[in-house]
Design a binder for this molecule. Sequence first.
Ligand SMILES: [Fe+2]
Length: 469
Amino acid sequence: MEKIEINGNVWIKFKGDEGQDVYVAELMIDSEKVLGKFADPESYDIVIDSDTDFYLPSNDMFDKDSLTEDRVAFKFRKNVFTSEEQSGAFEGLFGAAQESHNRGLAAGPRNFSDHSRDWVTPFQKEVIRYYETRNAYDIVSDKVEVLRKEYENSIQENRGGVWLRSKIEDEFGSLETFFETFIERISEMSLDDAKKYAKEFKEEFISDTTYANSIWSGIAGFYGRYPRIPYGRPTSYTDHHRETFEKCYPFARKLDAEFKRMMPERWARQNEYVKQVDNRFIIGEDTTFTTITVNTTTTTRNARMAFHRDAGSLNNGFSNLTVITKEGKNWQGGYLVAPEVRVAINVRPGDLLLVDNMRVIHGNTPIEPPETCEKDFLRMSLVFYFREDMLKLGSWEYEITRREYVDSRRLNPSHPLWRKHWNGVSPNMWYEKEWYDYLSSKLGEEVLKKYHPESVETKSSGLESFFGV
Ligand SMILES: [Fe+2]
């Protein structure tokens, strides 16, 4: 057993039974000091380059020596995935973040009326800027309409940025109407809320190298309900490229098997949740993952992440991070850094990193072209996880019926609530006779009773009062 001490920080290190290095940190830097900052060489003292298990300090004075799974910050294994598994994942998932390509920057000016809805128009840009920079003296009630008029015939600049289509589809449902939905939402907000929302909206949905800190990222697999997309569903990438997406299954299965072997208790807990979800919402129908976050970095796309914790995945589960590249391309840097324990991990293609990323703060150092040769490089990082909100979903058929119901309302101009740009959603819509009738006509009375027992109760209490009982 070895004691490592650097600048007053201490780690214990010894060999584990698989020949891996085992580290136990005896430090935990205050998160306030690190969150939101970018990782740099000052953020770590130790670089992990070989098989390693890394444990956090114990909070329990009396049980300091037991290295339970709950104390694992990460487990790292080199060369877990074969090149076939990696290329399957690459082919299956690269497209998930494809929409964020800043394509056409060199293509010159174009008129945005010609179906190029990916481009951020000058009008859209000005609306966002208005809400972002507005102060109490600038509030003009019809400002948006004034801008609309002003930019009616303007020619699209070639540097306006590009909408991240799949992200927009996931959040807003429709590429046709999302901007009007945005205007609707923001116009109802207070000055401060609108300012914040405009900034978040810009950062999240526009890819543009002129916007610092934009993240090139996409989502594959399955997603839960949102207020504006109130049904479980495949993400738009998975929906539109199902066959391609499925090429990542061998990779996902290998990952799941390694997760089970290396973290049996965490895996078992996660698997208990998986059993509660229709397996058509599970990647490969037989893993413990619902969703994959895909970040790609190339010379023109940067996915450098400031220090953060992840949200949305299962508290009791674990995330699984891997990186892959396209054959012949490479990179240097891009260490995953855990600043609270001052450690950096050099994850290379085919390696596996099981990391408690809801608990452990992490970010990465800049990703750069390899020293050797050409500037061309590509790094794709994949995080497979179980989304906690999937537990709220009904069966696949039930969620599909919810989707069809929303669409049928949205596309029906004679619906009493229909208006231009309506997304088909209304308050209380899942507790109304209209939905109960739709659902029972599609899936039958039994399904209605199962998911909406209140529909039956309402009916009988209605009858009771009708008969004066
Ligand atoms: Fe993260």
